[in-house]
Design a protein around this ligand. Structure first.
Ligand code: NDP
Length: 277
């Protein structure tokens, strides 16, 4: 029987995951089937059944996208530390009768920044905007990279403060409200892990946080120059990127977790990249 994998989301029609995993399988010489499964309209309405049915039909693993990452985390039998901190799973593996949960978003983001964009985090000042699932998933991978400082900012400040408290002693992490950022000087890397760009909005970040020799990274992808990236450009930043590389890198991590081989990503990223302007 052909090995089966899938991505579940809602809506799922525009998902790039079947294309990405198809290209990985081809490059690695693996034969597998990877589908896009439309999840229920509301997560409470049959997400778990869809997962269990897929598994009962011989499915080996799933990618999970919005809005089901929290439910996927909750239904797992075992969760990695990364997934636990994020409180969310973006990949599941069915193994030995158990459901294992992982979250590769943060490690995919770090790899895109450090390897593909050649922007090492060690010793740098990093500003992370947002405290939702994607930002939470990025905290440990970022801290493991050894930044000089990691500042977390969120509209709902209590969420950022709670995350900093949870990670006390794990690295140079602190939270600051948006209103205090103007006094923080320039950062080498500013990462927009808010969902503001999905509705064409700009998080209330001052232009003074950007460094012309630094990098501005937008997690959303396929949106061209978002208001955040435009602000960075206006502040003189030349190194701007969207989240397409992160998408491909997290997929490569999931492929490696399921199949034991990490596929090369450069050609796949090139294929999916849409010029920002
Ligand atoms: P969540 O819904 O979990 O979190 C949303 C976050 O955005 C919260 O911190 C929220 O703040 C903040 N936010 C929303 N609107 C605004 C605004 N107008 N101004 C300031 N802050 C705002 O989303 P995710 O973490 O899952 O996703 C975040 C982004 O990352 C999305 O753009 C998503 O597409 C992208 N993403 C990209 C991936 C990739 O592979 N490239 C993978 C995963 C996500 P508050 O808590 O105050 O409400």
């Amino acid at each position: 029987m052909t090995d089966r994998y899938a991505v579940i989301g809602h809506p799922i029609g525009h998902s790039k995951s079947p294309l990405i995993h198809g290209l990985f399988a081809q490059a690695c010489g693996h034969t597998l089937r990877y589908e896009a499964l439309e999840g229920p309209l509301t997560p409470a309405d049959g997400f778990e059944r869809l997962v269990h049915d897929f598994r009962a039909q011989g499915g080996l693993g799933l990618n999970i996208t919005a809005p089901f990452k929290l439910r996927a985390f909750a239904l797992a039998d075992e969760r990695s530390e990364r997934a636990t901190l994020a409180g969310a799973a973006n990949a599941l593996k069915f193994e030995g009768g158990r459901i294992l949960a992982e979250n590769f978003d943060g490690i995919g983001l770090r790899r895109d920044i450090e390897v593909n964009l050649q922007c090492p985090l060690a010793g740098r000042r990093v500003l992370l905007l947002g405290a939702g699932g994607a930002a939470r998933g990025a905290l440990l991978p970022f801290l493991h990279a050894g930044p000089a400082e990691l500042v977390l900012t969120n509209r709902d400040e209590a969420k950022a403060q709670a995350l900093v408290a949870e990670l006390a002693g794990r690295g140079p992490l602190r939270s600051r409200p948006y209103a205090a950022l103007a006094a923080e000087g320039r950062f080498d890397l500013v990462v927009n892990a808010t969902s503001a760009s999905l509705s064409g909005q700009l998080p209330p970040v001052p232009a003074s946080v950007f460094s012309p020799t630094g990098t501005a990274y937008e997690l959303a992808y396929g949106k061209g120059l978002t208001p955040f990236l435009k602000l960075a450009r206006q502040a003189g930043v030349r190194g701007v990127a969207d989240g397409v590389g992160m998408l491909v890198e997290q997929a490569a991590e999931a492929f490696a977790w399921w199949r034991g081989v990490r596929p090369a990503t450069t050609a796949v990223i090139d294929r999916l990249t849409v010029p920002l302007e």
